[in-house]
Write a protein that binds this ligand. Structure first.
Ligand code: HEC
Ligand code: HEC
Ligand code: HEC
Ligand code: HEC
Length: 178
């Protein structure tokens, strides 16, 4: 029993190291395979969405005003209180960002799909099961998707508007053309 417990502890430890090593590669690294009409124009759709501009929004006058009213010591675009929802993976160790990753790209692919360093190769991407094992976020159903959206679309947002999942998802839904 004791031995079994220590095996479990070691496995748990190892798996947490493996997961921790998945690095964020940035939208530029996903783009080559997910752009163009023939592939569903996923990149283009994201570029047109507000998610791609979420960091720029923090540079606006409106944002500086909100930051001031909240008594933040730094400008909005340097405050964790704003960045946590306006960029990707804000609380992640800087070592886990590859060179193509730019915080200026706002709410990018990996905010919803997980860090891509291990799943982004063609061989793994083509096999959903392998991709998930390599760190691609798995969504069991629409409820799971909605829960992900609500990690940011919630009342902690100073400009919060009621989040209507079905309408919001319809605005940003993207599909691979087969
Ligand atoms: C080398 C090319 C390549 C790169 C780079 C790439 N992908 Fe993919 N991706 C694919 C292919 C091919 C598929 C499978 C499409 C299909 O036939 O369903 C896929 C599928 C996916 C899927 C759907 C998985 C499923 O089966 O439900 C997601 C989500 C995804 N990619 C996200 C990303 C993200 C995020 C990045 C960047 C971190 C990325 N991809 C980088 C080629 C790539
Ligand atoms: C809990 C997540 C969250 C936090 C924290 C957050 N935001 Fe946002 N922000 C959002 C979301 C989601 C939207 C878009 C929908 C909405 O307004 O509810 C948004 C939209 C905005 C907009 C655009 C509003 C519009 O009407 O177009 C501004 C400006 C903004 N945020 C500034 C800030 C500033 C400044 C901070 C820090 C003081 C901040 N946000 C913190 C999630 C967040
Ligand atoms: C705001 C969250 C979010 C962002 C940002 C996002 N995605 Fe997705 N994406 C999703 C969700 C949710 C699904 C559906 C997941 C599922 O069906 O398992 C999805 C599905 C996909 C699929 C599979 C489509 C299909 O045919 O089933 C691909 C490929 C994909 N995304 C690639 C990308 C790429 C590339 C980017 C960045 C340019 C991106 N996504 C940005 C949330 C997002
Ligand atoms: C990492 C945080 C984050 C996640 C996760 C997220 N969003 Fe957002 N979303 C934002 C922010 C921030 C904005 C506002 C960007 C701006 O205006 O600068 C936004 C804006 C939007 C908008 C545009 C709203 C408008 O007023 O025009 C839609 C639609 C949207 N998100 C849908 C979704 C959906 C659907 C999901 C889940 C699949 C999702 N978002 C997940 C942060 C997030």
């Amino acid at each position: 029993m004791r031995r079994l417990m220590s095996v479990i502890v070691v496995l748990f430890f190892l798996s947490s190291i493996i997961f921790a090593q998945n690095r964020y590669v940035g939208v530029k690294s996903c783009a080559p395979c997910h752009k163009g009409e023939k592939k569903g124009a996923i990149l283009e759709k994201w570029e047109k969405s507000k998610h791609s501009k979420a960091y720029q929004t923090l540079l606006s006058e409106a944002s500086q005003k909100i930051a001031k009213e909240k008594g933040l010591k730094k400008p909005a675009n340097e405050s964790l209180e704003c960045l946590e929802c306006h960029i990707t993976a804000v609380k992640v160790d800087a070592k886990l960002f590859e060179k193509n990753f730019k915080k200026e790209d706002g709410v990018q692919c990996e905010a919803c799909h997980g860090p891509g360093s291990a799943y982004k190769t063609m061989a793994i991407m083509k096999d959903k099961k392998k991709a998930i094992e390599a760190g691609l976020t798995y969504y069991a159903d629409e409820k799971a998707i909605e829960a992900q959206c609500k990690t940011c679309h919630n009342e902690k947002s100073p400009t919060y508007k009621e989040f209507k999942f079905k309408e919001a998802w319809a605005q940003i839904v993207h599909k691979v053309v087969k």
